[in-house]
Design a protein around this ligand. Structure first.
Ligand SMILES: Cc1ncc(COP(=O)(O)O)c(C=O)c1O
Length: 211
């Protein structure tokens, strides 16, 4: 459910249900009940074997998707999902290069570690084959932008010279992306672009400070 307790019993309202790829809260009775029921029926199998629950879940999911998205494939984790997404995009497009955004977190499987662009989650092994990180468009703490650029109650502390309601930072970030394509991507062709749906799940370190 919605409460989280620390080791002293202090209660917090959990605004995103654990880490961001999990959003079902903590021990919600409905979810516990469904999990118990499934464990009493069949608790270990794989998706190469057919079980009605897989189909029920797939149908429920696809009923919420746009018409052109009607195929699902279940995996165990976000990293596996991203590994598979990279593979599918490369096979489908015939292109190899993939662009993701600086400070993005996409998992730490060897494949995903290259996609992730945060040094605290990276180790010195070869992971970045065909993966390029572009500047993240972050008017709150990024290189460009200030208080007039951000349409949000949470405002950047610095001012900017843009007239109210207009944002030159957007253009500057766009130009950075163009430069990424011009200088880092062979023939400007990519298989995929990855970005977190809520940008910077990592938070953002203060500019100039190395973690
Ligand atoms: C945005 C995002 N992508 C991918 C992942 C990786 O998921 P997992 O830890 O299940 O491999 C996470 C995990 O926190 C995430 O927050």
């Amino acid at each position: 459910m919605q409460w989280l307790f620390d080791y002293k019993g202090k209660r917090y309202l959990d605004m995103f249900g654990g880490i961001v790829t999990i959003s079902v809260g903590h021990c919600h009775p409905k979810i516990n009940q469904a999990a118990h029921q499934q464990m009493n029926t069949l608790w270990h199998t794989t998706n190469v074997y057919m079980h009605p629950k897989l189909y029920e879940y797939a149908e429920k999911l696809t009923s919420k998707f746009p018409d052109e998205l009607q195929v699902v494939y279940f995996v165990n984790s976000g990293s596996e999902a991203n590994d598979l997404a990279m593979l599918l995009a490369r096979v489908y497009t015939g292109n190899y290069d993939i662009v993701s955004l600086q400070n993005g977190y996409h998992g730490v499987s060897p494949y995903c570690m290259g996609l992730t662009a945060m040094s605290t989650w990276k180790f010195n092994i070869p992971t970045k084959l065909g993966l390029t990180h572009a500047m993240v468009p972050d008017p709150y703490k990024g290189l460009f932008g200030g208080s007039n650029c951000r349409d949000s109650p949470v405002q950047a502390l610095r001012d900017c010279s843009c007239p109210e309601g207009s944002c030159s930072a957007a253009q500057s970030y766009y130009e950075q992306m163009e430069e990424t394509f011009k200088y880092s991507i062979p023939r400007g062709k990519v298989a995929a672009f990855f970005a977190e749906s809520i940008q910077l799940d990592n938070g953002r370190p203060k500019r100039g400070r190395m973690l």
